[in-house]
Design a protein around this ligand. Structure first.
Ligand SMILES: [Zn+2]
Length: 232
């Protein structure tokens, strides 16, 4: 599935890739501290750019796995332990909305207000009055409202800073600890927005990165857990 591109064709791309990998390692280390087991490092390439930009959460899938044969208690104990591990790991991350449909990607685009080329430092997701979820456990570092971002929430997850903008409602206060999948706001169209959507930004150690990288990694973790639970 994933192409492992071994040749970096410029120093710039090399350093970008390094940053992405360091970023993913950051999430892995963060997840490990919570669940005491290493999280696999997903090697990424630029092919995510050409994906159909839709990801769907598969929360229902985990609940549908039955229990093992109760006659074999030793096997059953190990399977229960494994089931607990993979279920906890599955629940340790969440996509910010139930289904992600990208309406405007991260990077240069034509500004919808001025018609000029401008850097879009976040990613826009289709949303209709829905709960915005924390992607991992973390802390609310800022909430507020301004003319550009409208109502917004900023969360810290380890060395990641994630912000959700143009909300209609904010459901958390500064300093609150949040759990993965905890609602922190309701989508809206406040601030400089042409219509309802969720604008997500992501910073790693203070540097802006494409939030899609984070979404993809979360989806990979969830898919891995679903596969593991299926194979028990
Ligand atoms: Zn945006």
């Amino acid at each position: 599935m994933w192409k492992f591109v071994l040749i970096c064709w410029s120093h710039y791309l090399c350093s970008m890739r390094k940053n992405i990998l360091i970023g993913l390692m950051g999430i892995s280390i963060f997840a490990e501290s919570v669940y005491a087991r290493a999280c696999p490092l997903v090697t990424m390439d630029d092919s995510y750019k050409s994906d159909i930009l839709i990801l769907t959460d598969n929360s229902g899938a985990v609940k549908s796995f039955g229990s093992v044969n109760p006659d074999n208690s030793e096997m059953s104990g190990k399977a229960d332990e494994a089931r607990k591990f993979w279920t906890e790991r599955y629940l340790s991350v969440s996509l910010p909305l139930k289904a992600l449909t990208v309406t405007s990607s991260y990077g240069y685009r034509t500004d919808p207000f001025t018609g000029k080329k401008k850097f879009h430092g976040g990613l826009d997701l289709h949303a209709r009055n829905e709960a915005v979820l924390a992607m991992m456990s973390g802390i609310v570092v800022k909430v507020g409202q301004d003319n550009a971002s409208g109502k917004y929430v900023v969360l810290r997850h380890g060395n990641y800073l994630v912000s959700y903008c143009h909300l209609s409602r904010i459901l958390v206060g500064k300093g609150k600890q949040v759990n993965p999948a905890e609602p922190v706001g309701i989508t809206g169209s406040t601030g400089r927005s042409t219509g309802e959507h969720l604008h997500v930004t992501c910073k790693l150690n203070g540097k802006s990165i494409d939030p899609w990288i984070l979404f993809r990694h979360i989806k990979n973790i969830k898919d891995e857990c679903v596969r593991a639970l299926r194979d028990l």
